[in-house]
Design a protein around this ligand. Sequence first.
Ligand code: 5RP
Length: 229
Amino acid sequence: MNDDLKRQAAAMALTQVRPGMRLGLGTGSTAWHFVDLLGAKVAAGFDCICVPTSEVTARQAESLGIPLSNLETLDRLDITVDGADEIDPALNLIKGAGGALLREKIVAAASDVMIVIADGSKLVDTLGKFPLPIEVNRFGLGATQRTIAEVNAAHGAQGGLKLRQTKDGAPYVTDGGHLILDAFFGRISQPEALSRDLLDIAGVVQHGLFLQMCKKAYVAMPDGVRTIQ
Ligand code: 5RP
């Protein structure tokens, strides 16, 4: 059911894609559908060039014959299509459950338009119920973790920080070789200030708040796909 909705949202995003476009390809189970649908279009002769936001997405796109490039060769992209973990009414997002937030943010920032695709379960009034992923350098993890905890407490975090782990208990390592701390807020009342404060911490590489980056969201509900812009 949810998978059907994700595919419907992805299909709507595909209607925005024009021949010759430079596209950012997101990461996650919803973005997977977009890449899959785009792959079918490419197999039928559609021309585009894409930058993937993770190694997983790169492998999927390669397997479908989608032409790939990078942000060294392409300075700007037309559209990035990606999923999200939370979407607020102003289209601010929490992203990073799939661990790709750093490349996702770099690719979205290099894109003229970021389109988010999701099912309705991702809509929230206020960000923060979903844990906020914070990507950190491995060096000095303890010190970075303590400073993040202080900053988060000052922003009203209701829970602690959890080092993300794989199923077998090893630390989860991102495509960039960093670690992820998941932060439990409950409610993020001042996302812009939190964003700035987290980025001021030396060991923080990036975080999963995507503020004022998304221009349009296709959110699939059982009664149809809603466009939010
Ligand atoms: C990966 C992400 C994903 O886009 C986000 O987690 C949504 O994933 P899904 O579509 O599987 O719910 O940010 O880093």
